[in-house]
Structure formats: structure tokens, C-alpha cells
Design a protein around this ligand. Structure first.
Ligand code: PEP
Ligand code: MG
Length: 328
């Protein structure tokens, strides 16, 4: 495997027509960052900060958070890292973080989790904001908020960061050189208000793991439902296409950071929809870079437009045949 990584590390993900695709990786542990050099990924498109919370017996002290974020940024060097604020609660319940209403939830995936927890337990988000701002002193800080359902939630979370930034400024502490705020699109409702949200954002990151479970009302963790829907189904692809066109004209990056982007035909579909930035599991980085190099984007986009207008009986088969006909 090491040899394979080495072979693909230097491969530049540029399509046949010359478009540079950003291929980034998802991470969550300090040691994951080593995969950046091994895979040659363009950065960390999703750093799941909740991992540190999940492996701790108690709430990680702010200083520990700062240290971790600084180490990650240092290890990443010039490559961007997008830190996602904690996505805990729900099925990632922590013993030291109890819900006032007590005992368990019927539907934890759509329960008290992520930003919903962070906005209610403001101390948690404040500490994390401070840790991220301090860790990124003199650098660019990319922050994104998970499970944003309405624009006001983004505003409220950003206000916590603004407040901490003001505090550090008054203390004459070194600040980040730039701060970019983004939202995850994983709650379908958010797609309907993108015109309101987009002007506030530097970037949007589509979390297709949660997004598709909510679109299809199909639990992503239930193996009984694994065959029930397909990531390359017309409903998902049409939905994603609307998101891409919905933010056109706004100067924001759109990334897909769900596992979907790490799979061959799914990645082709995303490229065909106009997605130019993917963040995926490290093992998929090399194969995706190789795939990108075989694609003619205008041709793929045209095929995708046709499929979306009149979906073939089986989109997966249509994509596979399209790829096979081109030796991909
Ligand atoms: C997602 O929901 O697609 C995502 C990237 O976040 P997570 O898998 O951590 O929920
Ligand atoms: Mg998610």
C-alpha cells in the first residue's frame, strides 16, 4: 500500500480539458494528518474536531484543544485545513455532556446534536472558538458549522467567534491572518434558503452522508436500508445540481465532504454536476486523482445534463457505460 500511495502522491488532479480539481481529505485524529504527505491531498477539507471529545473521558480543556489544532495546522503547512466545530450529541453522545431532558432520543441523528448542542451550551462553543482562533494566530483559519438548518444558526455561531476575536484583539494577542466561515449543507431545508445564507459564507461544504439520509428518510447506519437508495439516484443528483446552481454568482467554494465523493461513479457524477472540490477518506485520494485525469468535463457535464433532464432507467448503469466507453 505504501508503494501505491507513493506512486499516486505526485499525480496532479487535472482533467483532460485542463481543469484543476481540488482533492482534499477528511481527518479527525492528530495522526491522520500524516496522510496528507502520503497521499498528496490538497488539504484537509473536513477536520472532525469531535474526535478529540469522543476519545476523552472528560471535556477536553481549552488548552488541549488549542494544542491539537496548532499541531494539525503546523503539520499541514501551507495546505488548508477546514475545522468543523463539534458534531457531538445524538448517536455520538458523551457521558459528560447530558441533555437536560434526560434519557435518550428516539431519533438521535435528527436530535440534539452538532450546532444545536453548541448553541445551547455556549461555553462549549466559546472554548472551541477561542482555541481555534489562538491556534491559527498568523495563519488562515477555516471554520465550518455542522447541521446548519437555518441561516440564523450560522449567524449565532459566527457571533460566538466574533466575540472571542474581539476579546483577543483587546488583549493585543496575535490573531489569525484571515478567517473564513462556512456552513455544512446536510439538512435539506438549508438548500431552500441558500440565497439568504450564501452572501454570509466563504464556503459551503455538502455533507452527503447526512444529507442523503435525510433526503431519503433512510438511516445511514442501518444496514437493512443500505440497498434502499443509491447515491447516484436522480433525486440526489438533481438536488445537488440545484445547490450548485443556487450558489452560482456568489464567490464561494463548494465542496462535497461526504463519503460519496470517494467512490468512482459517484465522483464522476459529482464532477458532471459542477462540483470541483472533494474531501474524502485518505485511501480514496490517489484513485480519485487518477480518475480525474481521465475525464473530459464538458463532455461529462453535457451527459449529466441529459441524464438529469430525462433520467435513464438506471443512472448507475448509464454512468458505468459512459465511463467504460471512454476506457475510464
Ligand atoms: C456528512 O454528513 O456527510 C459528513 C461529512 O459529516 P459526518 O459524516 O461526520 O456526519
Ligand atoms: Mg454529517
Amino acid at each position: 500500500r505504501q508503494a501505491t500511495y507513493a506512486a499516486m502522491r505526485e499525480v496532479e488532479p487535472r482533467t483532460l480539458d485542463g481543469t484543476r480539481i481540488m482533492v482534499m481529505m477528511n481527518a479527525g485524529l492528530r495522526d491522520d494528518v500524516a496522510m496528507l504527505n502520503l497521499t498528496g491531498a490538497d488539504g484537509i477539507g473536513l477536520y472532525r474536531t469531535e474526535f478529540q471529545f469522543l476519545v476523552s473521558a472528560t471535556l477536553p480543556a481549552r488548552e488541549r484543544q488549542t494544542r491539537l489544532y496548532r499541531e494539525v495546522l503546523e503539520a499541514a503547512g501551507n495546505r488548508p485545513v477546514v475545522f468543523r466545530t463539534v458534531d457531538i450529541g445524538g448517536d455520538k453522545a458523551l457521558p459528560y455532556l447530558t441533555h437536560d431532558d434526560g434519557d435518550g432520543e428516539e431519533n438521535p441523528a435528527m436530535g440534539w446534536r452538532a450546532l444545536r448542542v453548541a448553541l445551547e451550551r455556549e461555553g462549549l462553543l466559546k472554548a472551541q472558538a477561542r482555541a481555534l482562533l489562538e491556534a491559527a494566530a498568523g495563519r488562515t483559519l477555516n471554520v465550518m458549522f455542522p447541521m446548519v438548518s437555518e441561516p440564523w444558526e450560522f449567524d449565532a455561531a459566527k457571533a460566538v467567534f466574533d466575540h472571542q476575536l474581539e476579546f483577543l484583539r483587546k488583549q493585543k494577542r496575535m490573531l489569525p491572518e484571515a478567517i473564513r466561515y462556512g456552513a455544512m449543507l446536510e439538512v435539506p431545508a438549508l438548500a431552500e434558503v441558500l440565497d439568504i445564507l450564501a452572501p454570509k459564507l466563504s464556503f459551503l461544504s455538502i455533507g452527503t452522508n447526512d444529507l442523503t439520509q435525510f433526503l431519503f428518510a433512510a438511516d445511514r447506519a442501518n444496514p437493512k436500508l443500505a440497498e434502499r437508495y443509491d447515491w447516484v439516484s436522480p433525486s440526489i443528483l438533481r438536488f445537488l445540481r440545484r445547490v450548485v446552481t443556487g450558489v452560482e454568482g456568489h464567490p464561494i467554494d463548494v465542496t462535497v465532504c461526504g463519503e460519496m465523493g470517494g467512490r468512482r461513479l459517484e465522483a464522476l457524477a459529482l464532477l458532471g454536476l459542477g462540483i470541483r472540490r472533494l474531501s474524502i477518506t485518505p485511501v480514496s485520494v490517489g484513485p480519485l486523482k487518477e480518475l480525474v485525469r481521465q475525464v473530459n468535463l464538458p463532455e461529462l457535464s453535457e451527459a449529466m445534463a441529459g441524464w438529469l433532464a430525462r433520467p435513464p432507467a438506471n443512472m448507475r448503469v448509464a454512468l458505468a457505460e459512459w465511463a467504460a466507453a471512454r476506457g475510464i
